[in-house]
Ligand binder design. Sequence first.
Ligand code: PMP
Length: 423
Amino acid sequence: MKFTRSREAFGRAKRVIPGGVNSPVRAFRAVGGRPLFVSAGRGSRIDDLDGNRLIDYVMSWGPLILGHAAKPVLAAVRRTMSKGTTFGAPTVAEIELAERIRGAFPSMELVRLVSSGTEACMSALRAARGFTKRDAIAKFDGCYHGHADSLLVKAGSGLATFGEPDSGGVPRDVAKHTIVLPYNDADAVERALKSKKIAALIVEPVAGNMGVVLPRDGFLRRLRTVCTRTGTVLIFDEVMTGFRPCYGGVQTIEGIKPDLTTLGKIVGGGMPLAAYGGRREIMEGVSPLGPVYQAGTLSGNPLAVAAGLAQVDYLRDHPEVYARLEVLGSRLEEGLCDVAKRRRRELCVNRFGSMLTLFFQAGPVTDWKSASGGDAKAFAAFFQKMLKRGVYLPPSPYEAWFLSAAHTDRDLEATLRAAHAAL
Ligand code: PMP
């Protein structure tokens, strides 16, 4: 497999775009080599500039649950596009999408559409701060909620102490309002929330940004209880998990009602669309009803709304998609475990339905501390070998692989054969 044209494109890109990419993980820094430039996608496959066709497990980092160029999504966008692309004024389709979201996530009594997961999480936190009139927020180590200043924060010297900036350009004065806690440690959460008045606790109810990490039994319920007791707004960031395991999210499966929820990825059908919403009394604080300001020129953009509606409605009308995704996910998990055993490699697979991570370590992986203990070099080598064999994995050890309804048994067989050879 040759990547000559991608290499040329990357050189050209670097002259005008920082690092040649519009989002850092795309630059392949964690795996070495150069990114490939995609020319098209169809179903489970992408084509690159050099004419290579690869089985895709990035799937645009989660939105494409029906696969690339899904017919119902493309048709809806085409239909809508012929009538104009954006008005900056209300349209009926926005109501329909908000109604669908509330139907699938009853905890989201009022819903605001925005354009990215970052915006959704940033806005949800502002709404929580406005509602509680508290400044401090809490997040978990290893969870990602977009790149708002308050969220690019790492733990300070001790638990439940002030956070420190985890990115250049984030003021200390902002970071100090964020407390960073260990995932899956409900006792630490309880101590932190009792010792300090916290506006909001934000969590990926199943984490996907330190690789896939599942909540321990009872962890999410404890969060609910502690937040209720301390008047802390509980935010489930379901940007990745929303509409992923079922027509709903982790909250549907666990039967837990967060105060606010953020959605993105699948709900936008592969277009820039995200949403936040939740308890009426909190969301009524958002402008124009209340004092919490939040706005967007392209919020509720007609094309994005059309794509989101088409994808979400397809999922509502085809529940068999989720059964199929579960079958694919479990086959891939079992297959990878089997390959690891045959190759005598100590690997750990964490899976939540159709999202999965292969950790290069024995495991168990339950939090950022354990997730970050893997063999990054071995992952990089594995990634490159898989790429040469036509399998495009997320170019970082701390990401979820995404399956779509378009992946086939043959894709999985080819992937497992490649994995056997690569290991
Ligand atoms: N929250 C979660 C759980 C995410 O996975 C992501 C993106 N990977 C975000 C928020 C941020 O979304 P976006 O990249 O659309 O800003």
